[in-house]
Design a protein around this ligand. Sequence first.
Ligand code: FAD
Length: 484
Amino acid sequence: DTALVWFRRDLRSFDHAALHHALATSRRVFCVFVFDQAIIDKLPRADRRIEFIRDSVAELDASLRQLGGGLLVLHGDARTAIPALAEELQADAVFVNRDYEPAAIARDDDVAQKLAEDGRILHRLKDQVVFEKDEVLTQSGTPFSVFTPYRNAWMKKLQTDINGLQPYDIDSFAAHFADPAQNRHAHMPTLAGLGFSATNLKELQLSTGMSGAQRLFEDFAERLPQYDRTRDFPAVKGPSYLSVHLRFGTVSIRGLVRYAIEAMRTGQGGSGAATWLNELIWRDFYFMILARHPHVVDRSFKPEYDAVVWEEGAHADRLFDAWCNGRTGYPLVDAAMAQINQTGYMHNRLRMVTASFLVKDLGIDWRRGERYFAEKLNDYDLSANNGGWQWAASTGCDAQPYFRIFNPVTQSEKFDPDGKFIRRYLSQLARLSNKHIHAPWKLAATELEDAGIVLGRDYPQPIVSHEEARVRTLQRYGVVKKTY
Ligand code: FAD
């Protein structure tokens, strides 16, 4: 009659499937979070995500305490720590929300087996997505690999399953929370105690926890009607910035979808709500792709693209380094890389531009860029990141065709027309005109001097010619041409 709820990427105390089911079926419910050494030992010692998680876990603990419970916090290897804690608490069952990443599935299988050896059960529940990999299928029962028909089928399924969006009740079962006050694990580790140092998270005013997500959401709700018109312009506060909260579950996906649907129904969401809902469906889509096709983790979704040969060696390493550090000489690309390096966020349009630039202008393997984003992004999520990279590299499902190659200058002129975003991150270019800020090398040296710039000294010369790179890329992808 005792249950343990193991929190992972679902750091909230409301509308939570695992917590609800544990409370509804057990009389004594303990809650635990593990700072899993198998994951965190690999991270750099200053990592915004660890700080985000620590603060969010502290808020979760406070919120559970208010409900009469509290959080046990472990620092160790989850594979052994969870079964050991279940034993210590004499829990009959452990409840988790299902994870879709291959490594997490393997870990959960392992924990389930260890628990089973002692007669305990691991219950895995759907919580992170609206629909899982088997719930939205083609008429012949196969998974979709193209987004638009998937989206249509997803919407249709939602109409018949709208109750699935109802929030999971927690409060009515609050009497079932076990108070962990006497337990030796009932204390919150400090960042230093976990072996990490502080980042610039506070300086960035990146709001953590359920309360932070709520603030961002309220702010975004005002802008939602314009989302479709503003979302592509990185200098504009267009998107929701909720990705890090969706990543760590400080917000409920069901709550967001409910809101979007309701805003569409009442018309309050203007033309923005449907576009935003589409993005939330992309999120489900890529979770489904990862769950169905785990080979995408290190190979192309479309196997024939594994034949593409990427640039390697010292020259490629130098190009990659320039890209990572925002020294390509293409201002929009460099400003975008400065954004991810300084804040851990990058605007969606810029993720597409920088990914395309790495793969199609520099000829570098998408997996190297994917890994770099994985290290830097606060909202890093294997499914969406891999999906985004494979989209940009044309190796993915429903990807950009390989012969469609973003022109980094045209993208800049179109989506940052006044150079406002570029100026925010590349102050040395601030005095260039709106017209010339996108491609400074096109100006004569005297004109550059008037703006106080010497190329090669204050700002790099372009490291590649886009026109030449374009030709090389078409050749590179020639090996897969026959598929079109
Ligand atoms: P909003 O525009 O407000 O969108 C709302 C939510 O919808 C997002 O928070 C996100 O959960 C979801 N979403 C939006 N676009 C996508 C998409 N294309 N695919 C899947 N979900 C989406 N998103 C991540 O969450 N983590 C990643 O690691 C990630 N890596 C990416 C890498 C590349 C190369 C590309 C092109 C895109 C990547 N995205 C990733 C998708 C997208 O860029 C971000 O979700 C978005 O920029 C987050 O900002 P937001 O919350 O303000 O988005």
